[in-house]
Design a protein around this ligand. Structure first.
Ligand SMILES: [Ca+2]
Length: 472
């Protein structure tokens, strides 16, 4: 009898264990991971045709997931692009005043903004960030405000740089309940990054390991991991394990390490039986460097688009990878409908059961219907409409459907390819046919020009009238 009872107890034990090991159903609060590279061009990946850069894990995501071929960021520089991704709002709404805020700027993302991390945290997600922040830095001008760093914006844990690692005084920080450097809740791992090669070459691997640990630690509850790698923003740094291996040189080495990072995260999800209830998104914050002083060998590639990082509105600054990977829920698809990083917040909030904010303007669309019919998203009922923002976060162009109207030009190459554009004399391109923006169609399409200009001015006026949380 005793042996019988023992046998039953063991059976019950097995049963309970297997129940607790069952992952959540795929659609019940799925985990979310966002990879967000820095300055990686549309053409810097083997899946987009780069012949000498090898990115096998990212390529596999693009083949097996939903690969958006017309995916955008709302500005061609770091800070404002991060703001737009995290809040689903155009950069002008941020009140940051500039598309890049340096370590001594007073500005930071306002605490009243609702980020993806805050929305998901409010419905029970653990939230971790592993990489570059660049949305504020505690300094004298903002009275060493703790609101300038990630813990005030929905992240439970963070390791990463406060700004880009090419600022002379850039710091590598981490959240630390006991810490008080530079402010309460943080401690410093390294400072003056450009002159600390050891710290700089550690970044990609450090973020990867921290993200993997975070996933393992939180595997029994919903989590959100935001992984904004510092690379391939200049200066390029790869761990020695990857250095000198790529035919493309150091940029290829850097991309191989990033690809390895993606591979490690996907492997962990599989090993922990989390792959079926985790949505992984892969994108970049803006187009590539094309020239910089004598570092031409490090340039990235925006092909087939024109220009790169730091331009006003040319496609090469704004087109980035847009891959959504979720085995079992998303079927492999090459999606040609345009979408942008602004769409992440509304889409993720719907998928994860978070409250979509109603007390502010959101500029993204809920694109669940483009991902999978299982997600039960509303069909998109209007053509894609999208504002390109320039250095003061003001509109420089608008896209409506397949057409794009430039009202202001700016080029990293400083030549604008012989074109000029203004509000009085805009340029018009059909960017689904004319990928490189070569043929100005404004004269043939005067009514379209007027309509698009009117729409651009209307959106700009609405943003200015609504104001920002910094200044009403
Ligand atoms: Ca960037």
């Amino acid at each position: 009898m005793n042996r019988y009872l023992l046998f039953v107890a063991i059976l019950i034990g097995f049963f309970c264990q297997s129940l607790s090991a069952q992952p959540r159903p795929a659609l019940e609060k799925p985990n979310v991971i966002i990879f967000f590279l820095d300055d990686s061009g549309y053409g810097d990946f083997s899946y987009n045709g780069n012949p000498t850069i090898h990115t096998p894990h990212i390529d596999r995501m693009s083949r097996e997931g939903v690969n958006f071929t017309q995916f955008y960021v709302s500005t061609a520089a770091c800070s404002a692009s991060r703001y737009a991704l995290l809040t689903g709002r155009y950069p002008l709404r941020s009140g940051l005043g500039s598309w890049v805020i340096g370590p001594s700027a007073k500005s930071h993302i306002h605490p009243k903004e609702i980020t993806i991390a805050e929305g998901l945290k409010a419905v029970g997600y653990k939230t971790g960030m592993f990489g570059k922040w660049h949305l504020g830095n505690p300094n004298k001008k903002n009275n060493m405000s703790t609101e300038a760093l990630p813990l005030a914006h929905g992240f439970d844990t963070w390791v990463g740089t406060n700004v880009s690692h090419d600022y002379g005084n850039a710091k590598l920080l981490k959240s630390d309940p006991e810490g008080n450097n530079p402010v309460k809740g943080y401690s410093e791992i390294a400072r003056n990054l450009p002159s600390d090669k050891k710290a700089s070459t550690s970044l990609t691997g450090r973020y990867t390991q921290a993200a993997v640990q975070f996933i393992k630690k939180n595997k029994k509850q919903p989590f959100f991991a935001y992984i904004p790698h510092n690379q391939p923003h200049l200066a390029l740094f790869a761990h020695e394990e990857f250095t000198g291996k790529s035919r493309r040189g150091l940029l290829g080495d850097v991309m191989a390490e990033i690809d390895h990072s993606v591979g490690e995260v996907l492997k962990t999800l599989k090993e922990e039986s989390l792959d079926k209830n985790t949505l992984v998104i892969f994108t970049s914050d803006n187009g590539p460097w094309l020239v910089r002083e004598n570092k031409k060998l490090h340039i990235g590639y925006a092909f087939p688009f024109r220009d790169g990082k730091g331009c006003a509105s040319w496609e090469g600054g704004f087109r980035v990878p847009g891959i959504f990977y979720w085995p079992g829920t998303l079927k492999a698809k090459r999606e040609q409908e345009p979408a942008s990083t602004l769409d992440l917040l509304p889409t993720l909030f719907k998928i994860c059961g978070a409250q979509v904010p109603k007390d502010r303007s959101l500029d993204g669309r809920d694109i669940r219907s483009l991902l999978s019919s299982d997600l039960k998203g509303e069909p998109l009922n209007a053509p894609f409409k999208f504002i390109y923002s320039y250095s003061r976060n003001e509109p420089a162009a608008i896209r409506m459907g397949a057409w794009k109207l430039h009202i202001k030009l700016g080029s990293q190459l400083r030549n604008n390819y012989g074109f000029q554009a203004s509000r009085d004399k805009p340029l018009l391109f059909q960017v689904e046919q004319d990928l490189r923006e070569v043929y100005d169609r404004a004269k043939e399409e005067p009514d379209r020009v007027q309509q698009m200009l009117k729409d651009l001015l209307k959106i700009e006026a609405q943003m200015k009238a609504e104001g920002t949380y910094w200044r009403k």
